[in-house]
Write a protein that binds this ligand. Structure first.
Ligand code: BGC
Length: 391
C-alpha cells in the first residue's frame, strides 16, 4: 500500500506542467491546528500547506476535506477559490460535499445494486431512497482519516523528490460491508504541492480483500473569482471530450456515449458556463444545467489526460485539470441554494463548479463502460492534478 502508482512518473511531469514556475519568494511550510471534535471525541485538525510562491491549501483529517485553497490572479492578488464553511459542525450537518474526498463510489449506482461473480449486493440507497450517491450515508467524506506529513521514508517513490514537494499522506480503512459494499478497503491518499509550482496533486491508492467496486474522487467546488464572490456563469470552461454519457431522469447514465457536437455539452472550445446552461435541450433540463459525465479523449500512450480548464476572464485566475481517469463530472452547482459560507460570505445557486475526475457513473451495471471492479491482489490507482495560473 505504500507504493505510489507507477504512472506517477516523476517531478519531471509536474515541472513540465508548470510553465508558470517563478523563483521562490518564501519558505514552504506545513502548520497544524485543532479545528474541533466529533461527538465520538475524535479530534479534527486542519493542516495548512504553503508553498514558496504563497499558494496555500488547507486540508482536514475529517473527510480529507480541502477547506481552502488560495491562489493568485494576474496582479498577484490571492483569493480562496474553494467553497466551504468556517466550522466543522456545518460540514457535518449540511455540506453538499464541499471540498470532500468521495468514496467508496463517487457518483451514482442505479438502484444501489450490482452483482459480482453471481452475488448480488444492495448498497445504501441514500438518494431519493432509490439509488446510491457518493458512497452512501456515511461515505469517506465523513470519516476521520489518519494523517502524516509526507517524508522520504513514507512516500517510497523513487522518482518523486520529497525535497521538492510538501504534502500529506492520508489513510483510511473501510470495513467489509460498510454501506453494503463488499471488501475491506485500505485507502491511501496523497495530497502534494510542489514547493515552486502552483499545483495540487491528488493520488489515490487502495486495496481490497474481496472483489468490489471503487471510484474515488475529490468534490471541491471552485469559484475562480473567490468563494462567495457571485456565481460561476461568467467562468470560461473547456472540456477535452468529444462525448458524454447522457442520463435518465434520475441522473443514471443510459449507457450511451453521445457525441457533443451541436449540443450545449460541447466544451471543446472555451465557452462561458452561462452561455448555454439553460438551453432548451433534454439533457440540460434533466440536470438542471450541467451535471454530467464527460468521456475524456484519450491520446495513445498518454497516462495523464487533459480533462478540463476553467478561467475567470476578469481576474485571469485559471485552473487546469489533468487526470488518469476516463471521465469527469462537470457539476455547475445547480442544486445549490443561497447559503452562508466561509468568512461571512453568501453562496448562491451555481456559486461554484466541480470537476470530479472519475470512472463513469453506474459502471458496476454498465459492462460497456471502463470497469470499476477491483480484486484482491490488485491495486486501485488514480491521480489528478489541479494546476493554477493566471491568464
Ligand atoms: C452530483 C450532483 C450532486 C452533487 C452534490 C455531484 O457529483 O453529480 O448531482 O448534487 O454531487 O451531491
Amino acid at each position: 500500500m505504500s507504493k505510489l502508482p507507477a504512472f506517477m512518473t516523476s517531478l519531471t511531469l509536474l515541472t513540465a506542467l508548470a510553465t508558470n514556475a517563478i523563483p521562490a519568494a518564501g519558505e514552504s511550510s506545513i502548520t497544524v491546528k485543532t479545528w474541533g471534535k466529533l461527538p465520538s471525541g475524535e479530534e479534527v485538525k486542519l493542516y495548512t500547506l504553503t508553498n514558496n510562491l504563497g499558494m496555500q491549501v488547507t486540508i482536514s483529517n475529517y473527510g480529507g476535506l480541502i477547506t481552502s485553497l488560495c491562489v493568485p490572479d494576474k496582479e498577484g492578488k490571492m483569493e480562496d477559490v474553494i467553497l466551504g464553511f468556517d466550522t466543522l459542525e456545518e460540514y457535518m450537518e449540511k455540506s453538499p460535499y464541499f471540498g470532500a474526498v468521495v468514496g467508496r463510489y463517487g457518483n451514482r449506482i442505479g438502484g444501489g445494486t450490482f452483482t459480482i461473480d453471481g452475488t448480488a449486493y444492495q448498497v445504501t440507497k441514500n438518494e431519493k431512497g432509490i439509488q446510491c450517491l457518493h458512497g452512501g450515508n456515511v461515505g469517506f467524506d465523513k470519516k476521520i482519516w489518519d494523517v502524516e506529513e509526507i517524508t522520504s521514508e513514507n512516500l517510497q517513490h523513487d522518482r518523486i523528490d520529497t525535497d521538492k514537494i510538501i504534502g500529506l499522506k492520508l489513510t483510511l480503512i473501510s470495513p467489509d460491508g460498510e454501506e453494503g459494499f463488499p471488501g475491506t478497503i485500505n485507502t491511501v491518499l496523497h495530497y502534494m504541492v510542489p514547493k515552486d509550482t502552483n499545483l495540487l496533486v491528488v493520488l489515490y491508492g487502495a486495496t481490497t480483500d474481496k472483489p468490489t467496486h471503487l471510484n474515488l474522487t475529490q468534490h471541491a467546488y471552485f469559484n475562480m473569482k473567490g468563494a462567495g464572490n457571485g456565481d460561476i456563469l461568467d467562468h470560461e470552461v473547456t472540456i477535452w471530450a468529444d462525448r458524454f454519457t447522457p442520463v435518465d431522469e434520475n441522473l443514471i447514465p443510459t449507457g450511451e456515449l453521445r457525441d457533443v457536437t451541436g449540443t450545449a455539452m460541447d466544451f471543446r472550445q472555451p465557452n462561458l458556463v452561462g452561455a448555454r446552461i439553460d438551453a432548451d435541450e433534454e439533457q440540460i433540463k434533466i440536470g438542471g444545467g450541467y451535471d454530467h459525465n464527460w468521456v475524456l479523449n484519450v491520446k495513445e500512450g498518454e497516462n495523464f489526460r487533459k480533462a478540463a480548464k476553467v478561467r475567470d476572464p476578469a481576474s485571469g485566475r485559471t485552473m487546469e485539470v489533468f487526470t488518469t481517469e476516463p471521465g469527469v463530472q462537470f457539476y455547475a452547482g445547480n442544486f445549490m441554494s443561497t447559503m452562508p459560507g466561509k468568512g461571512g460570505k453568501t453562496y448562491v445557486k451555481r456559486g461554484g463548479l466541480c470537476f470530479e475526475t472519475q470512472h463513469f457513473p453506474d459502471s458496476p451495471n454498465k459492462p460497456q463502460f471502463p470497469s470499476t471492479l477491483v480484486k484482491p491482489g490488485e491495486e486501485y490507482k488514480s491521480a489528478t492534478i489541479f494546476k493554477f495560473s493566471a491568464e
